[in-house]
Design a protein around this ligand. Structure first.
Ligand code: FAD
Ligand code: NAP
Length: 529
């Protein structure tokens, strides 16, 4: 029997869920948030692995909805640590008194829409049911961890970790033989630090990553003062960009300038560090020839840093740079010059099995005390697909998405009335600075719910036609780029059996304009009744 009745239920208490609660509550809606974890923070609650930090500058990777908040909070470093970001999330929760409406340790396992009452019944894994008119899924794009089904995985007798659900008490690798599988952003951040602790670190690499130096360090107080004094302009500039942060994309095309000019441009970006490297030219993600010049540049840097040329070769990616999420590193390539680090290429010699005492590969067993999976996430759809969500005709979301995720604007799904997703597939989401992406969605969803209240509507639903057209547009935009050319998680290619469809919508500014136009046209593509 369901108890309690709320205007809106929010699932997830990461940055999306926290702001959704604050925004709706301040407009007078009754809201209940359910969070599987023991506290707030989402990504920053779960990802406590050594070296975890943001790779979008802290001054940009933060909320802008409250001027007081953005002025009072002081970031200590250019790329804040997980601990500092979690502290910030806690500050936000305290400042806006959010905890009182959040129920922790409450994993939502079932949700069903009732046609008669136009409401959702949401049930926790413990069987507690709650009813609401609207439901907002703030379940995260990178919250459903992926542990590959490697033979013997459960046999390993030593400590096993996944970067995305790191133990709160931490892990001490001192004097241990540690294995780590995966060299994406989580691997790139944690490998240098684990290597400093471990007796020996074995890195199992399938695809090498492109990593750009972070040059992290304390913020210069003058830089911070200037940024904060002009926050409004900077935030506005970021909103009018392709990715929601200050990538400073050069308008020039790489192949229109001389080889020498290209090198100067790449060198300048390399010295600046971070993801802005990809903004060196306008066509790096649309023209393979242009992309090759940037990839060559990064490979030359790897050769410069890594002493052993064979090792440098193994660490050099051959994929399109930026096609998989680029990494931002501190001492990543340098770590391979250490005597206690061994790189093992699992494309050349795949892992045969995990044993009780280590990993067997190429006929020999590497003995390990601890094993770290830095193997990523079932991105964008994983957390949603894990919940048994039954829409208006009793079809589950998992069934609906069996051939690939379909949404309208990345926020709504045909057949699932009164349900919204924050940064879902079909929105810029993971290809943007997630903070402004989240804030935009929260405000758009809240406006829509408020519009419903003002117009006495009980039901909002995306039409199938609008959804189909949106999916087609998302694919069309990606097809003009190099993004579909590699096995990225943007395409679902990291999860065996997951349908391949490019999930993020390309172009943050274009997306914001589309959302605005839809509202101006009376929520075009939605039926409100
Ligand atoms: P999350 O923070 O993922 O929160 C979702 C919450 O929903 C989780 O707490 C989860 O427990 C809960 N949940 C899920 N399913 C259920 C359920 N069924 N029932 C109850 N609760 C549920 N983005 C950037 O823009 N810049 C960065 O520098 C950056 N760095 C990152 C570093 C790491 C290590 C990772 C993994 C991601 C990073 N991201 C970054 C992306 C990051 O996920 C977002 O920036 C942002 O934190 C997402 O917030 P969210 O609230 O949408 O989702
Ligand atoms: P990821 O990018 O998906 O990397 C997973 C790694 O595991 C890849 O190297 C992958 O190889 C490897 N892998 C997966 N299955 C394997 C298998 N069966 N055998 C061998 N190797 C396997 O995951 P992530 O590093 O956790 O990062 C995910 C995303 O989170 C990032 O792209 C980023 O958006 C965000 N993030 C950001 C930061 C940051 O710097 N702020 C840090 C961490 C995460 P293949 O490439 O061959 O599949």
């Amino acid at each position: 029997m369901a108890k309690n009745n709320y205007d809106v239920i929010v699932v997830g208490a990461g940055f999306a869920g926290l702001y959704m609660l604050h925004n709706l509550r301040s407009r007078g809606f009754s809201v209940r948030v359910f969070e599987a974890g023991g506290d707030i923070g989402g990504t920053w609650y779960w990802n406590r692995y050594p070296g975890a930090r943001c790779d979008v500058e802290s001054l940009e990777y933060s909320y802008q909805f409250s001027e007081e908040l953005q002025q009072e909070w002081v970031w200590s470093e250019r790329y804040a640590t997980q601990a500092e970001i979690l502290k910030y999330a806690n500050h936000v929760a305290d400042r806006f008194e959010l905890r009182r409406d959040i129920q922790f340790d409450s994993h939502i396992s079932k949700m069903a829409f009732d046609e008669t009452s136009n409401s959702w019944t949401i049930t926790t894994a413990d069987g507690e049911a709650t009813v609401s008119r609207f439901c907002v899924m703030a379940t995260g794009c990178l919250s459903s961890t992926n542990i590959p089904a490697i033979e013997g995985r459960e046999k390993f007798a030593g400590g096993t970790y996944h970067t995305g659900s790191w133990p709160h008490h931490g892990a001490d690798f001192t004097g241990k033989k540690v294995g780590i599988i995966g060299t994406g952003s989580s691997g790139v951040q944690s490998i240098p630090i684990i290597a400093e602790q471990a007796d020996h670190l074995y890195v199992f690499q399938r695809t090498p990553s492109y990593a750009i130096p972070a040059y992290n360090g304390p913020y210069d107080p003058e830089y911070e003062r200037e940024r904060k004094a002009n926050y409004k302009n900077y935030r506005e500039e970021a909103k009018n960009s392709r990715s929601g942060f200050l990538l400073a994309i050069n308008e020039d095309m790489a192949m229109d300038v001389s080889e020498e000019e290209r090198q100067v441009a790449y060198d300048k970006r390399w010295k600046r560090g971070g993801l802005t490297f990809l903004g060196a030219f306008n066509d790096l993600l649309t023209n393979k020839e242009a992309n090759d010049t940037a990839a060559d540049f990064v490979r030359s840097k790897i050769q410069e840093v890594v002493n052993d040329p064979d090792l440098a070769e193994k660490l050099s990616p051959q994929t399109v740079v930026g096609c998989k999420r680029m990494c931002v590193d501190t001492n990543y390539y340098q770590t391979y010059n250490r005597d206690n680090v061994t790189l093992l290429d699992v494309t050349e010699h795949p892992i045969d099995e995990i044993t009780t005492t280590g990993i067997r590969r190429d006929g020999t067993e590497i003995e390990l005390d601890e094993l770290v999976f830095a193997t990523g996430f079932d991105a964008m759809t994983g957390a949603l697909a894990k919940i048994d969500i039954k829409g208006s005709n009793k079809t589950t979301l998992k069934e609906k998405w069996a051939e690939g995720a379909k949404t309208y604007l990345g926020v709504a799904i045909a057949g699932f009335p009164n349900l919204f997703i924050v940064t879902g597939p079909g929105s810029p989401s993971v290809l943007a600075n997630m903070m402004p992406a989240i804030e935009h969605h929260v405000e758009w969803i809240s406006d829509c719910i408020n519009y419903c209240r003002e117009t006495n509507c009980n039901r909002v639903e995306a039409s199938s036609d609008a959804e189909e057209a949106w999916v087609a547009q998302t694919n069309e935009l990606a097809s003009h780029t190099l993004f579909p050319t590699c096995n990225s998680w943007y395409l679902g290619a990291n999860i065996p059996g997951k349908p391949r469809i490019f999930m993020p919508y390309l172009g943050f500014q274009r997306y914001l304009a589309a959302c605005e136009e839809i509202v101006e046209k009376g929520y075009k593509g939605f039926s409100l009744s």
